[in-house]
Design a protein around this ligand. Sequence first.
Ligand SMILES: C[S@@+](CC[C@H](N)C(=O)[O-])C[C@H]1O[C@@H](n2cnc3c(N)ncnc32)[C@H](O)[C@@H]1O
Length: 271
Amino acid sequence: MQDHLPQAVRVERRPVDETESRGANGPDWDRYADEYQATHGEFLGDAGFVWGPEGQTEDDLGILGDVTDRDVLEVGSGAGQCSRWVRTHGGRAIGLDLSHRQLQHSRRIDELTGVRVPSVRATATHLPFADDTFDVVFCSFGALQFVHDIADAVAETARVLRPGGRYAFSITHPTRWMFPDDPGEGGLVASQSYWDRTPYVEVDDATGRVSYVEHHRTLGDWVRLLAGHGFRLVDLVEPEWPAHHDRVWGGWSRTRGLLTPGTAIFVADLG
Ligand SMILES: C[S@@+](CC[C@H](N)C(=O)[O-])C[C@H]1O[C@@H](n2cnc3c(N)ncnc32)[C@H](O)[C@@H]1O
């Protein structure tokens, strides 16, 4: 849906569980990683921290607070650009991602920059860390909308965070679910229910297998998920489209961005 391989697929809406979601999305990100990094790597910056296609950075928004001497986990870290930013700002960031190929890109950029991000291949619903390990857990468009068992992902985050720790994540703004994923005028006409949580599924024409899945939660779903796992929501940032920004990223564009929010950044503290 958002921006990935134009392989021959048919699009469906149907229930998909965690096993099928992970089994589709891991290989999909492996296939797409080279193109993703070639297309977006410069915009992201090797040690940059971009929160979404609108281009607002952690330097602009200060969502994580001072990361100096903080233990930080990035879930869905891709090539580790954000974690590398944290490391250059004195934090001990670790990356976690489902895709082996994305993590190979992370290693490549480690060597290129000399700023190394220790990373692990794992999934957001089973974090391979002890309780109370991190001061900050964050995702920049990483993992969460690809996960079916979202309550497990939030519970795992609460488990590995220390009391008072910060959880911040950016996702496609839930209201975008109502619109076709079209960066042009067609993407401004609502065509499906905001409340329909049936996953977006791509099925590979050649094999008949599910090849990509995205899950949707409403704003209220997210608030309940966070509150239900002991988090206190401290902000919901909805970045505005910057005046001189004209970059198209999948369904994100100036045409749509001037009228509707494309990204939601949830900021919550534990306890
Ligand atoms: C849109 S990319 C974002 C990566 C990085 N934050 C960036 O800004 O480039 C989403 C990442 O989430 C990862 N991902 C998808 N499902 C995941 C899961 N269940 N657990 C961990 N990572 C996952 C993908 O492999 C991919 O690297």
